[in-house]
Design a protein around this ligand. Structure first.
Ligand code: NAP
Length: 274
């Protein structure tokens, strides 16, 4: 299978939120066997150890698997940020992270922006992270990051995107900057599987509604990181890489946007697309 990437990031990866314990390890191993080569974890998920262990058990060369982790918002103040990255490497048993993200910007700048963004860049300079990026950043945060670190330093902004939340303002801004967005919760927690429009289009391409949702997001220029513990669904989601949607089908899916945000904790910033 060809493995397209954006900014060096494979366009389809595996989400690992909730994949803890032996079942989580089995799911990540199953995904690697199915052909996933990009795994998304975070300090706050409790899945970093499983990710490292699954890579070792898979027997795959380290270079063939792309690993993302995220600095938790409780570790943003330096030197805690860099210490937490060293701990992530140790927990995963890896000597480098492929993509290191700031998980959430500090609420109301409680930790100064310059403080944790400089630590992120320092982790890259030390060779602990090949690429760096951010998550849950708004246009305002992205502008500040560019002013601080210079253009082109960040590889992605990972944000909630699915057919019911297409974030047109942020997407247009990111496209103009050449910054790919990584769509988290791309299946709207599985809700897209019951969508009549996506199901009908899926039938025409002989794939699931979920695969159509993922194919749509990739056609919009996004990276996707769906999660599943089910062997058939893991493989079915990967089929999205083979689906080419027509202009008419893309238009039908664009029309499903209803601004439905599923993740909006108190610490969330003032989103560009509400
Ligand atoms: N940066 C952030 O702040 C942030 C926030 C949230 C998530 N994320 C990342 O994004 C990843 C994906 O998000 P998510 O796991 O919350 O949600 P998701 O990928 O949208 O949906 C996962 C859910 O959908 C089900 N599912 C998967 N494939 C399916 C299919 N083909 N048909 C029907 N149901 C299906 C799964 O159940 P089964 O296991 O039973 O298949 C699971 O319950 C996370 O794992 C995490 O890595 C990042």
């Amino acid at each position: 299978m060809t493995r397209p990437d954006l900014n060096g990031i494979p366009v389809l990866g595996l989400g690992t939120f909730g994949r803890t314990g032996p079942e989580g390890l089995a799911a990540i191993l199953e995904a690697l066997e199915a052909g996933y080569r990009h795994i998304d974890t975070a300090q706050s998920y409790g899945t970093e150890a499983n990710v490292g262990e699954a890579i070792r058990r898979s027997g795959l060369p380290r270079d063939e698997v792309f690993v993302t982790t995220k600095i938790a918002d409780t570790h943003l103040d330096s030197p805690r940020a860099l210490e937490s990255v060293a701990r992530s490497l140790e927990t995963m048993g890896l000597d480098r992270i492929d993509l290191l993200l700031i998980h959430w910007p500090s609420q109301n700048d409680q930790v100064p922006f310059e403080n944790y963004m400089t630590a992120l860049a320092e982790a890259q300079d030390r060779g602990w992270a090949r690429l760096i990026g951010v998550s849950n950043f708004t246009i305002r945060h992205l502008d500040r990051a560019e002013a601080l670190l210079g253009p082109g330093r960040l590889a992605t902004n990972q944000v909630e995107i699915h057919p019911y939340l297409q974030t047109p303002r942020l997407a247009a801004f990111a496209k103009a900057k050449g910054l790919p967005l990584t769509a988290y919760q791309p299946l709207a927690k599985g809700e897209v599987a019951r969508d009549p429009t996506l199901s009908r289009i899926g039938k025409a391409h002989d794939v699931s509604a979920a695969a159509v949702a993922l194919a749509f997001l990739m056609a919009q220029g996004h990276i996707v990181i769906p999660a599943s513990s089910d062997p058939a669904r893991l493989r079915g989601n990967l089929e999205a890489l083979t689906v080419s949607l027509s202009e008419d089908e893309l238009a039908q899916i664009r029309a499903l946007d209803r601004g439905q945000r599923l993740i909006n904790p108190d610490k969330a910033p003032d989103w560009d697309d509400r």
